[in-house]
Design a protein around this ligand. Structure first.
Ligand code: F3S
Length: 426
């Protein structure tokens, strides 16, 4: 790999041992990928704060320096952790101590997370603690090179914002935060960003549930290729695109898509494909929508719901407001829990707007920092879940062995109020 003089100096240790170890990691990683060079980035979204049993052991042995060196820099040598060189934000982590009374999550890990927040906050990591950094101020511009983790954030970054990132990992984002560099390959190259599959949409794709179903179906077919959605009948907004991308990246590995006339790199259908022919055309109609719905609901048989989860990817304020309106003046069914997940910064807005009080008066909770799939934390005794998220419905049965119903926000709030699942395709 070719390094500039400045990169070579970092590699040789002119900026300290941590930066040298970070450069060593990036060079090894880039060589394995076949990248010829690095590219500058000033936008990193990774995870340095998230706790785990392994990290707990390392911190006990050698502090956060040892944990960061091994887990974020892949370095046997323990190095001092300097301040981040470029804008770096923390993605999702586990639940914070403020929710400890709601679940049986590990107290040790919560304490580790609080300690990590203090340590890495002092090193310049912005503690957004959400899988949707683009909802709370991290909004890179078109063409900006980023180093982001988290599949639902990556697909939003590439497709809706037109910024450029691969799906990075704990190590590469740790190294990028100290160097402002990332290997130049994959979605950083303009030629790799054109559509591959044409999706011919023949039905009205309307609400969030529809967009989740469309994403789930398309992702399963195209896997890690780039779908181009054609036949859009209504203007999608942030929430719908957020759900489409999250679903497509969980049933497949979609990191980028185009919607001609809507997403920034596809002013026309032709430009979405870069003048090339699609490798295949996928039809999406009522039959395909039903297949996606049945696949997502295949784990559930018991209609008694004990836990309703909304907010994967993390809810916007608008989503909290809509759910609060459905709950206003009502009470949850005895024995059914409702958790709504949102970035902590948006929880503050929900608090000030009175939405949190409506949700809590009904018996629900607004939670920040994490989600059940990542934290492996659900209310004690949960067996049957209902969720409005295709991504969460995809992962929860596999991760936690829970029966999981997928449906609209209205179906899910209805289940929270009655304790019964009565959702279905309209
Ligand atoms: Fe976010 Fe957890 Fe869903 S990380 S996208 S809420 S699985």
């Amino acid at each position: 790999m070719k390094l500039t003089d400045a990169e070579q100096a970092m590699y040789d240790g002119h900026d300290g041992r941590a930066v040298a170890r970070a450069m060593d990691l990036l060079v090894r990683y880039g060589q394995a990928l076949g990248a010829e060079r690095l590219v500058d980035t000033s936008n990193v979204a990774g995870t340095v704060v998230s706790p785990s049993p392994r990290k707990l052991e390392m911190v006990r042995e050698g502090g956060f320096e040892k944990a960061f060196s091994e887990l974020n820099l892949d370095s046997d040598e323990t190095v001092e952790v300097p301040r981040a060189r470029v804008y770096t934000c923390q993605l999702i982590q586990t639940f914070g101590a403020d929710t400890a009374h709601l679940h049986n999550g590990s107290r040790e890990l919560m304490t580790l997370q609080s300690d990590a927040e203090r340590f890495f906050g002092s090193r310049g990591v912005h503690l957004m603690s959400t899988c949707t950094p683009y909802q709370v101020g991290n909004v890179p511009v078109k063409g900006e090179h980023c180093a982001w983790m988290e599949s639902s954030a990556v697909v939003y970054c590439n497709s809706v914002l037109g910024a450029m990132t691969n799906t990075e990992g704990t190590e590469s984002t740790g190294a990028a935060s100290l160097t402002g560099k990332i290997p130049y390959w994959g979605y950083h190259l303009p030629d790799n960003r054109f559509g591959t599959h044409l999706v011919d949409i023949q039905i009205h794709v309307d609400d969030m549930m529809d967009w989740g179903l469309l994403g789930y179906y398309v992702g399963e077919i195209v896997q890690d290729e780039i779908p181009v959605l054609d036949g859009m009948w209504s203007q999608p907004e942030l929430v719908k695109l957020k759900h489409f991308g999250a679903a497509a990246s969980s049933s497949g590995g979609v990191e980028m898509y185009h919607i001609p006339g809507i997403t920034p790199e596809a002013p026309t259908l032709e430009s979405a494909f870069g003048g090339r022919e699609p490798v295949a055309t996928i039809t999406y109609g009522a039959r395909e929508r039903r297949i996606a719905y049945e696949n997502l609901n295949s784990s559930a048989t018991d209609q008694d719901v004990d836990f309703v989860m909304l907010g994967c990817p993390h809810n916007s304020v608008e989503q909290i407001w809509r759910a609060a309106k459905l709950l206003d003046g009502k009470r949850l069914h005895d024995g059914t829990q409702l958790w709504m997940h949102t970035p902590r910064a948006l929880r503050e807005v929900a608090d000030r707007s009175g939405y949190t009080k409506i949700v809590e008066d009904a018996g629900g909770h607004i939670m920040s920092d994490s989600c059940p799939a990542i934290s492996r934390v659900v209310p004690p005794g949960t067996k049957v879940v209902a969720t409005d998220s295709a991504k969460q419905a995809h992962y929860l049965p596999a991760i936690s062995g829970l029966q999981t119903w997928f449906g609209s926000v209205e179906d899910c709030v209805g289940a929270a109020l009655t304790g019964r699942w009565s959702g279905g395709l309209r």
